[in-house]
Design a protein around this ligand. Structure first.
Ligand code: SF4
Length: 380
C-alpha cells in the first residue's frame, strides 16, 4: 500500500494484558480462544490526539488465515475513503466514526464485501480490568522454571549507563534479551528462578526497580520541549518532580494510578486514557508566560474503558503537586469501601472534582485546544 490518507497503526497481540493498546490503534487484533482454536477479536478506528476515539469492536472472530485479507481489506477502505482526504487534520480512520457516521456494523459490512467472505461471529471476551499494562514485577513464564522481570523506568527516561547495566544483567542472569514496552519500561525475559532475586536487586541498584510506588509506576511523559519542537511545556523533569513530591506527600496512597503528562494537545503522552491526564499549556504569571497544565480525569482502557473528562481546571506546573495531593486526599478520605479511583471520579461531577483540585470553588477554565493543523507524524 502507498498513498494512504495518513498514518495507519496496526497492533496484534497475544498478551492477556493487551499491552499494545488495541483500543487506541487504527486496527487492533487481540488473541482469543474459541474452544481449542486461537483467533482474534478485531477493533477498528482507535486514536487519541486532539480528537480521541476508542476503537470499536466488530462482531468478528478472525481466524488466523484470515488476518492478512482482513488487514488488507481495512487498508483498502482507508485508502479509498475520499472523505478522509478533504482535511489533513481529519485523515485518520477514526474520523469515519467520529465525523462521517460509520458504525461497527457499517464498517463490517463494507469490510466483508471487500474481502469476499463473512467473518464468524465474535466470541465473548473479557478485556483486562487492570490499570497497568506494563508487566512490571516478577512473573512466571509458561516455560517451566523461567520468569520475566519488568523494571519500571520512571517516565521513560533512562541513561546510557542504566541501559548498559540492564544489558549486563540480562547477560549474567538471563539469555541476553532486553525488551522495551509501550509503557516505557524494560523487560528481561527467560530468567531462571534461582537468578530472579539477584537480577531484581541489580536492577533496583541501577535505579530500575521491579516494584515502584503507584506514582513512579504510573507516570508517563511525552518528549516535551526538550526534544519536541511542538511542545508547549517541559514534561520529563516536571513529571519526575511531581512523582517525587507525591511519593513524599502521599506515602499511604494504595491504589494503582496512571498519571500521564503530555506537552501539548497532540497527546503523545496519552493523557486521554489516564486516571489523571495533564495537558501542557502556558499561563501568564508574574509578568511572564509559564508552564501550566490542564487536568483531564478518569480515562481508562480495558474493561472500564473511557476517555478522560476535561475537568475545566488548570494551574501552573509548579502548583500541580498541590492540586493532585488535594484530589487524592479527598479520594482517600471519602472513598466507599472497595471503591477504586475510577469509580470515585465517575460518581463525582466536574464541578466537585474541580473544587477538589483547586481547594476551593473556581470557574471553568477553557482547555484551549491547539489551533491549526496537527503536524505530520506527531498525532498520538
Ligand atoms: S507533539 Fe507529542 S511529544 Fe511533542 S509535546 Fe506534543 S504531545 Fe508531546
Amino acid at each position: 500500500f502507498y498513498n494512504l490518507p495518513r498514518k495507519f497503526k496496526i497492533t496484534i497481540t497475544g498478551c492477556r494484558n493487551w499491552c499494545t493498546y488495541p483500543e487506541i490503534n487504527d486496527v487492533g487484533l487481540t488473541a482469543i480462544r474459541r474452544g481449542a482454536e486461537t483467533g482474534f477479536s478485531l477493533r477498528i478506528g482507535g486514536g487519541l490526539s486532539t480528537d480521541p476515539h476508542l476503537a470499536v469492536r466488530l462482531n468478528a472472530f478472525v481466524q488466523q488465515h484470515q488476518v492478512v485479507p482482513v488487514l488488507k481489506g481495512v487498508a483498502e477502505i482507508f485508502r479509498e475513503s475520499e472523505v478522509l482526504r478533504e482535511n489533513r487534520e481529519r485523515a485518520r480512520l477514526k474520523f469515519l466514526f467520529l465525523k462521517h457516521g460509520w458504525t461497527a456494523d457499517t464498517f463490517q459490512s463494507e469490510l466483508e464485501t471487500r474481502i469476499g467472505f463473512h467473518l464468524d461471529h465474535a466470541v465473548p471476551e473479557t478485556p483486562p480490568d487492570d490499570v497497568y499494562r506494563d508487566h512490571v514485577g516478577v512473573h512466571r513464564q509458561k516455560q517451566p522454571g523461567l520468569f520475566y522481570v519488568g523494571a519500571a523506568v520512571l517516565r521513560g527516561r533512562i541513561s546510557a549507563q542504566q541501559m548498559r547495566t540492564a544489558a549486563e544483567l540480562a547477560a549474567q542472569f538471563a539469555d541476553n534479551q532486553v525488551r522495551t514496552t509501550n509503557m516505557q519500561n524494560l523487560l528481561i525475559v527467560n530468567v531462571p528462578e534461582q537468578n530472579v532475586h539477584a537480577l531484581a536487586n541489580g536492577l533496583a541498584t541501577a535505579g530500575l526497580p521491579v516494584a515502584g510506588s503507584p506514582f513512579w509506576r504510573g507516570a508517563i511523559a511525552c518528549s516535551g520541549s526538550e526534544f519536541c519542537k511542538l511542545a508547549i511545556t517541559e514534561t520529563k523533569s516536571f513529571s519526575r518532580w511531581v512523582v517525587e513530591e507525591l511519593e513524599e506527600r502521599l506515602p499511604e496512597f494504595d491504589q494503582d494510578l496512571k498519571l500521564h503528562v503530555t506537552g501539548c494537545p497532540n497527546s503523545c503522552g496519552q493523557h486521554w486514557i489516564a486516571d489523571i491526564g495533564l495537558e501542557g499549556k502556558k499561563i501568564k504569571s508574574e509578568g511572564r508566560m509559564q508552564d501550566a497544565y490542564y487536568f483531564c480525569l478518569g480515562g481508562a482502557v480495558g474493561l472500564h474503558q473511557g476517555i478522560s473528562r476535561p475537568i475545566g481546571y488548570r494551574c501552573l506546573a509548579s502548583e500541580v503537586p498541590d492540586a493532585v495531593e488535594r484530589l487524592l486526599r479527598h479520594y482517600l478520605d471519602q472513598r466507599a469501601p472497595g471503591e477504586n479511583l475510577r469509580k470515585f471520579f465517575a460518581r463525582h461531577s466536574d464541578v466537585q472534582l474541580r473544587e477538589y483540585l483547586a481547594g476551593k470553588f473556581v470557574p471553568v477554565a477553557e482547555r484551549d485546544p491547539a489551533s491549526g493543523r496537527v503536524p505530520h507524524l506527531v498525532e498520538g
